[in-house]
Design a protein around this ligand. Structure first.
Ligand SMILES: *Cc1c(COP(=O)(O)O)cnc(C)c1O
Length: 343
């Protein structure tokens, strides 16, 4: 029986159209900035996001960390939500690559208000680490794909800039936020100094992320990318798939969200499963198995035995992520299997 893979939206395989585009892609050496396909993808991304320039990076982690590196100095502070990907799932890169200190805010839904941010900005005295950067995450992965509205982003950017802070948006799933809020991505990032988004998640590309910023910022980013070993050569084969992801992917996302809602509603009918179905707004469904007396890792193993792959995101929380390669029927089957594996 086919496995139903709900571990992440990164597991999608390239579509036939992507394979074809990859095979036919016009390529050149991108370290010499001579790959026409990646140049085209970068220009299109910059235009869609309302930035001067954009840069293809092999992973979202590299994109985020290049941005942090460029927006900070050694020994400065970065304000983040306590469950931010940049802090929790990108190793110690903040320290190892940028030499910065995270200043964490425990928020309700992953999206700090300006007041919460303002409260932890270091006072401007020489014996305190200077606050350099605020990182936002939209949608917020570990808070279950929650979304941050454009007005909140705009307020934070404006007030952060008044205090000479930079703002970076980890928009790995910004297209999911855009779909849920019915707001164009460029509106959701307006005012930010940089954004990173993933082609390889809900948009369905096999590899790649894009970072956007000013022209000057992206020229500096190219240098740091090379330093980190991310200077790619005939990357047009990946950019060709990325281009299809960027143009066609956003249209798939509504279906992923409908499937996630359906999963959440199904799970909420099962005794012992802890979930607030109404809070599921995008493609991530996190539920607790604490009342069943299992750890998340134990429950994930039970599900895997029945052909449903999930992730354990905390001691008792299990995560399902919907994507282009799971159907509504797969989601219904996954709910059935959770029901069966509860005892
Ligand atoms: C997946 C993800 C990233 C980047 O991940 P890579 O696997 O390095 O591409 C960054 N931020 C968030 C919120 C993510 O979910």
């Amino acid at each position: 029986m086919n496995k139903i893979d709900l571990r992440s939206d990164t597991v999608t395989k390239p579509t036939p159209a992507m394979r074809e585009a990859m095979a036919k892609a016009e390529v050149g050496d991108d370290v010499y900035i001579e790959d026409p396909t990646v140049n085209h993808l970068q220009e299109r991304a910059a235009e869609l996001f309302g930035f001067e320039a954009a840069l293809f990076v092999p992973t979202g982690t590299m994109g985020n960390q290049i941005c942090v590196r460029l927006h900070t100095d050694l020994g400065t502070e970065v304000i983040l939500d306590a469950r931010a990907h940049i802090y929790n799932w990108e190793l110690g890169s903040l320290a190892a690559i940028s030499g910065v200190v995270p200043r964490l805010i425990a928020t309700r839904d992953g999206h700090p208000t300006w007041d919460e941010i303002a409260a932890v900005i270091a006072p401007p005295v020489y014996y305190r680490a200077r606050t350099a950067l605020v990182c936002l995450e939209n949608t917020h992965n570990m808070h279950g794909g929650t979304v941050c509205e454009a007005t909140r982003v705009h307020e934070i950017c404006e007030k952060a800039h008044e205090k000479a802070l930079k703002v970076h948006i980890d928009g790995a799933r910004i297209f999911n936020a855009a779909a849920a809020l019915d707001t164009p991505v460029r509106e959701l990032v307006k005012g930010a100094d940089s954004v990173m988004f993933c082609l390889s998640k809900g948009l369905g590309a096999p590899v790649g992320s894009i970072m956007c910023g000013s022209r000057e910022f992206i020229e500096k980013a190219r240098v740091v990318r090379k330093m980190l070993g991310g200077g790619l050569r005939q990357v047009g084969v990946l950019a060709a798939a990325g281009m299809i992801a960027l143009e066609d992917g956003p249209a798939w996302i509504a279906e992923d969200h409908a499937n996630a809602r359906r999963l959440a509603e199904g799970l909420s009918q099962l005794d012992g499963i802890g979930i607030d179905a109404a809070s599921v707004k995008t493609n991530i469904v996190i539920f607790s198995v604490e009342k069943l007396g299992f750890t998340a890792a134990e429950f994930v193993e039970r599900l895997a035995g029945a052909g449903v792959l999930a992730g354990a995101v905390s001691a008792h929380e299990v995560r399902f992520v919907t994507h282009h390669d799971v159907s509504t029927a797969d989601c219904d089957r996954a709910v059935e299997i959770v029901g069966e594996r509860r005892r």
